[in-house]
Ligand binder design. Sequence first.
Ligand code: GAP
Length: 458
Amino acid sequence: MEKITSLAKRRGFVFQSSEIYGGQNGAWDYGPLGIELKNRIANAWWKEMTQLHDDIVGLDAAILMHPRTWEASGHVENFTDPLVDCKKCKSRFRADQIPEENLAAKKCPDCGGELTDTRKFNLMFKTHIGPAEDTASIIYLRPETAQGIYVNYRNIIQSNRMKIPFGIAQIGKAFRNEIVTKNFIFRTCEFEQMEMQYFVKPGTDVVWFDEWRKRRWAYYEKLGVKMDHLRWHQHGPNELAHYAKDAYDIEYLFPMGWRELEGVHNRTDYDLGRHTQFSGKDLQYIDQDNNNERYIPYIIETSAGLTRNLLMILCDAYDEEQVASDKNSGSSEGTASGTAGSADDWRTVLRFHPNLAPVTVAVLPLMKKDGLAELAQDIRAELKEDYATDYDQAGAIGRRYRRQDEAGTPFCITVDYQSKEDGTVTLRFRDSMEQIRVPRAELASRLRQEIKTYKRVK
Ligand code: GAP
């Protein structure tokens, strides 16, 4: 994880928030490559959950919601972690994350000092809206995006004439006052979620729950993730959230071990039932195709962290490998595909799927002089409309390939002296480091084909 954190900073994926002031715990900033990667992960999820499903529509609800929302949802009462403090070293722990024997003996796992009694700590950030800081002005930063969907369920049925079963998808920020924020961006106080709530007829919920589990698994397969790094974990009775009848996590094998990536939850009619009770509004569905049968729908939820997905994609893509220098470098003899040096070398490479890579193609002139830079700029301008591109003319070609490998750029185009003569360029593949010559006129279609048929080999 240290290597990934350091690469992420060095290459502008993720920076510590407010670093010049010593950093802000639990908050991170996404740099130029990070925001591109985050957007692509979000777009892949959005396409999968909306464009590819006729029965799912999107929503972007406000972060600030009426405070009654969180009473109805059960978060005011139940969204707590058990907390203990060490009286000696002042460390703070989640009581459910320290060894049981320490908890029983009230002994700090770090220094052996005495621990306080366990107390409940609500994870919602609370603030005030308006000028008065009294109980009437309390407002929360949403701890999950789901509630914004539930309070709009009636609006969406009416405005879009949705019929059950149907879903509503949303991507947005969520906030939790997490006690322990470690492992880089894995658990943070400010993060993003990608959630989809699927409204079904009671009695069909188990079938839909299984169906969504299958679909979400297939999604990661399609994304090109190492499937032997994924597994299911069913929640036991002590793990189930207050709203859930059944829940499975998709776990990923992060460098610190197996951890939750996404949850699929059967939330029953809990949420719409509670919002009916607290708002006084009738949230029953009227089934016009079935004698106007009325019922409160059950909800199957798929809930993934966007920022946690980004960490997973970074970990999944990260690789270090030893390479023979003839594969690693280009030549100084006028073409990009010659050899240089003899000693074997190491490279760090991010093997992103081309659909997720922040930069799809980098254009590199072998030399700045003799019109090569202009030709390379011209090619880049042509590709820009369709692809995220980069241009780099600084340093030896081998070093430039390395920089692109580290950024996860799947394709490099090198313009050399031969390009001026016969109109061909070198297309270099990140994963195999293979180089082939392609006529300039065929570049766009060749790239399209390579992206479509991309298969990860390592
Ligand atoms: N609406 C249901 C819900 O929020 P959750 O299991 O608490 O369920 C869902 O969260 C997903 O959100 C998790 O699987 C994880 O990917 C992400 N997530 C939750 N808390 C997070 C945090 N503090 N930092 C980053 N991601 C988090």
